[in-house]
Write a protein that binds this ligand. Sequence first.
Ligand code: 5GP
Length: 200
Amino acid sequence: MQKGLLFVVSGPSGCGKGTILNEVKKEIPFYYSVSATTRGMREGEVDGVNYHFLTKEEFEKMISEDGMLEYAKFCENYYGTPRKAVEDMRNLGTDALLEIEVLGASQVREKCPDAISIFIMPPSIKELERRLRKRATEEESVIQKRLAQAEHEIPCAINYDYIVINGELEKAIEDVKSIIRTEHLKAVDKQKIVSEVLEK
Ligand code: 5GP
């Protein structure tokens, strides 16, 4: 069986990653990795669904047991990808998708050179700020921190395989779907296809 592909998606908070990926998933199934984090739960979030919400001690224990495929500190909290679920799903032939920040993404690129990385870009910093304020789930100081973080993250986009600009949501969704379809076409076992066609 062919191993599932590994997609890594990054982009500043508020760029619309979650919305885009939830729409893509309706049509193209993949395992949406559930990250672990030490940040507090936001309203509406569910433990084990949006994140595994851990204490700092629990998170550090997982790091020490090599249980994280990657991890990073972001806005003073730990975020990381539990390794086992991703590896198990890929071994079953299911694609895995990680929605992670830029430092974690560079760790994944190093450890898994076959990973396909996509950066979701806001059309401008001004628009990003407008979207963060509209979300209104956080205080002003947190919004300011996330904007500063965005200015640090955006230049990292050049290291990704693809940049998708989320100016118009429908177009961004189509762009991500096209990338996934293209990568599947690229990943076919060419030798197997040639042999099968010649045998028929
Ligand atoms: P938020 O607090 O808004 O849910 O996420 C903050 C940032 O952490 C986002 O950029 C998100 O992509 C990133 N993030 C979420 N899960 C992980 C993870 O498992 N590893 C890393 N490195 N970043 C993550």
